[in-house]
Design a protein around this ligand. Structure first.
Ligand code: CP
Length: 311
């Protein structure tokens, strides 16, 4: 049976095109499973997984938990806000204590970039990065590119604009790696202050004018302004951001061409995206969420159970 080239999913940067193709093929099977009346398979029956979240999450956390339960894994959930981290326990002590309870895999979200990479050097269990600070969010990029593949049949050659707060976005970085590995053309767009200087090194185009970005692309992946990560002001006000970079129906109608709108969530309605676009037929936002479960089932299955046949 084919297997991944890695023992952990820490980011998209360190996996191969072949890994992504294998994850997509496996997700195709699990997408069919989760649309059956009985959405469960016994594939990870003997595996225990801990979802360890040091940062808030709705989609990623629930999606991983559902994916694990649909694979019949045993699941425990850890939230730092109600844990002994508050009493000063270190990350490594926390994880080692969880693993001592015979946990096999760790799914972790942490505010520090590199936290899952650090863990991978100190523990034996498989680790899946569910978002590490401004660094990477690999399963989000996999579900995003999988959703493009589902809609267009391929990611190869597609023109994708990632629009918004690129500077603070782990989704942008992971998407750029995934899209480039799959052969897409990628543009980033946002105010100059929210475009990191290094971004050109990743082989993407940079555009400051959102109208030009929308004219260029077939798919726009719109990102949230991450005020919680901004220590200084990068633009005068959210109102001003919405005027210059907010995407609304009038802007989309002027394009006179089909376009697909994506968003990783949570949406700040009326800031980066208006409801008349977010809730329109052009948007595939809830398809992305649905695909997230199948993608996470595939990643968990491939990392945890190379020995167990699909059933
Ligand atoms: N897309 C995403 O990571 O959403 P959550 O923060 O709700 O998990």
């Amino acid at each position: 049976m084919a297997s991944l080239s890695v023992n952990h999913l820490l980011g998209i940067k360190n996996i191969t095109r072949k890994d992504i193709d294998l994850i997509f093929e496996t997700a195709d099977y699990f997408k069919e499973v989760i649309n059956r009346p009985i959405k469960k398979v016994p594939s990870l029956r003997d595996i225990t997984i801990a979802n360890v979240f040091f940062e808030n999450s709705t989609r990623t956390r629930l999606s991983f938990e559902l994916a694990e339960k649909r694979l019949s894994a045993d699941v425990v959930n850890f939230s730092s806000s109600s844990s002994s981290v508050k009493k000063g326990e270190t990350l490594l002590d926390t994880i080692n204590n969880i693993l001592a309870m015979k946990v096999d895999m760790i799914v972790m979200r942490h505010s520090s970039p590199g936290a899952p990479h650090f863990l991978s050097k100190h523990i034996k269990a498989n680790i899946i990065n569910a978002g590490d600070g401004t660094h990477e969010h690999p399963t989000q990029a996999l579900l995003d590119t999988y959703s493009i593949r589902e809609k267009y049949g391929t990611v190869e050659g597609k023109k994708v604009a990632i629009i918004g707060d690129i500077m603070h976005s782990r989704v942008a970085i992971s998407n750029i790696y995934a899209l480039k590995k799959l052969g897409a053309e990628v543009m980033v767009c946002g105010p100059n202050t929210l475009i990191p200087k290094f971004i050109g090194n990743l082989g993407v185009k940079v555009e400051l004018d959102v109208k030009k970005a929308l004219e260029w692309c077939e798919i726009a992946n719109v990102l949230r302004i991450q005020l919680e990560r901004q220590q200084i002001k990068y633009f005068p006000s959210l109102r001003e951001y919405a005027i210059y970079y907010g995407i609304n129906k009038a802007l989309i109608d002027k394009l006179n061409k089909p376009i697909t709108i994506m968003h990783p969530g949570p949406i700040n309605r009326g800031v980066e995206l208006n409801s008349d676009v977010a809730d329109s037929d052009a948007a595939i936002i809830l398809h992305q969420v649905e695909n997230g479960v199948a993608i996470r089932m595939a990643v968990l299955y491939l990392l945890a159970s190379e020995k167990t046949p699909l059933s």
